[in-house]
Design a protein around this ligand. Structure first.
Ligand code: ADP
Length: 295
C-alpha cells in the first residue's frame, strides 16, 4: 500500500510562437487543460506501477476539481480523504514557445490548505507514505508524524523543513539541484556546493539520513544507503520528447516497489525504467505507462 499526501493541480498550457513580455499580449495557437501537481502525478504513477494507492490532498468546489482528479479516479486511486476547500483547485498557468522555453505561474489554491490541521483530520497514514514540497511544511511534518511506515520524501520544490523531519526521510528522493540545496539547509557551511553528486549523497548520509536517491535525468540515478557503497544506476537510452512529470513518475514507481518489498536499489531500477517510458510521450500523467508488461 502507498499513501500520498500532496498537491493536485490543473495545468493550463498555452502554446505560442513567443512568450509575451510585460504588458504585452500575444495570440497563442492552442491550449490544453491537463491534470498535474506532484502529489497527484506520483499517486497515479504508484497505482499504475502496481500498488494500491491512496491520494490525500485538497481541491476546490469548482469544475477544475474534476479535471485535477480525473485520471486518478479512472485508475481507481482511493480519493476518500481528498478535502473540498473554499479555495480554488490549484492551477499552473504555463506558456510554452516554439523553442519549448516556458514561463509558469502556480496558484496553490486548495493545496495551501493541506496543513497540519488537515492532515490531523485525515488520521493515520498506512503503508509507504510519500510527500513532496508543494503543500505547507506543517502538512509535511504532520504527515511524517502520522505515518505508520516508511516515508519517501521528494522535497521538490525545496522548502524549509525542521532538521529532525528532514532526516527522517527514508529515502529522500531529489534531483541534483535539490540535493545541493538540501545539503546547504542542513549545514550552511557546505554552501555553495559544486561537488559531484556522489559526494553530495555521501554528505547527506553523514548528516544522518538513512538513504538518499538522487535522480540525474538521462544519466539515471544514484542510490545511497547508510553502510553500503553508493550505486549509480544508468538510465535506459530513449528518445526523450517531453520530460514533464518524469521525476514524479520515478518517485511514485519507487514507492510502489518499496511497498512490494523490493530493496531500495531494485525499486530505483524499476522506477528508472518506468520513468524512461514516460519521457517518450507528451504531458505528465498522460504519458505514464498503462501496461506494466511494457516494463
Ligand atoms: P526532475 O524532472 O525531477 O529533475 P529527472 O530529470 O532527474 O527528474 O528525471 C527523473 C528520472 O526520470 C531519472 O532518474 C531517469 O530515470 C528518468 N529520465 C529522465 N529523463 C530521461 C531521459 N532523457 N532518458 C531516460 N530516462 C530519463
Amino acid at each position: 500500500q502507498v499513501t500520498i499526501v500532496g498537491s493536485s493541480n490543473v495545468d493550463i498550457t498555452a502554446l505560442m510562437r513567443r512568450l509575451p513580455g510585460p504588458g504585452e499580449t500575444v495570440l497563442a495557437d492552442s491550449y490544453q487543460l491537463s491534470p498535474g501537481g506532484k502529489g497527484a502525478n506520483q499517486a497515479l504513477a504508484a497505482q499504475l506501477a502496481g500498488a494500491a494507492t491512496e491520494f490525500i490532498g485538497a481541491v476546490g468546489n469548482d469544475s477544475h476539481a474534476d479535471i485535477a482528479l480525473g485520471q486518478l479516479k479512472d485508475a481507481q486511486v482511493v480519493l476518500d480523504r481528498v478535502a473540498r476547500s473554499a479555495k480554488p483547485t490549484g492551477v499552473a498557468i504555463i506558456q510554452v514557445d516554439s523553442a519549448a522555453e516556458n514561463s509558469i505561474a502556480v496558484v496553490s489554491g486548495a493545496n495551501a490548505t493541506v496543513d497540519s490541521d488537515a492532515v490531523a483530520e485525515a488520521g493515520q497514514l498506512h503503508g509507504i507514505v510519500v510527500l513532496q514540497g508543494e503543500i505547507p511544511a506543517s502538512g509535511i511534518t504532520a504527515a511524517m508524524d502520522a505515518a505508520t511506515g516508511r516515508v519517501v520524501l521528494n522535497l521538490a520544490p525545496v522548502i524549509e523543513l525542521d532538521r529532525a523531519h528532514l532526516l527522517a526521510a527514508n529515502p529522500l528522493v531529489v534531483n541534483e539541484h535539490e540535493a545541493a540545496l538540501i545539503l546547504q539547509q542542513l549545514d550552511a557551511s557546505d554552501a555553495p556546493t559544486n561537488d559531484a553528486e556522489p559526494v553530495i549523497a555521501q554528505r547527506l548520509l553523514e548528516h544522518g539520513l538513512a538513504s538518499v536517491v538522487i535522480t540525474l535525468g538521462a544519466n539515471g540515478c544514484l542510490v545511497a544507503e547508510r553502510g553500503a557503497p553508493i550505486q549509480q544506476l544508468p538510465a535506459i537510452k530513449v528518445k526523450a520528447v517531453d520530460t514533464t512529470g518524469a521525476g514524479d513518475a520515478f518517485t511514485g514507481a519507487l514507492a510502489a516497489r518499496l511497498a512490494h518489498g523490493d530493496s531500495l536499489a531494485q525499486a530505483a531500477g524499476f522506477a528508472g525504467r518506468f520513468a524512461a517510458l514516460t519521457v517518450q510521450g507528451h504531458g505528465a500523467q498522460s504519458s505514464y505507462p498503462r501496461h506494466l508488461a511494457d516494463i
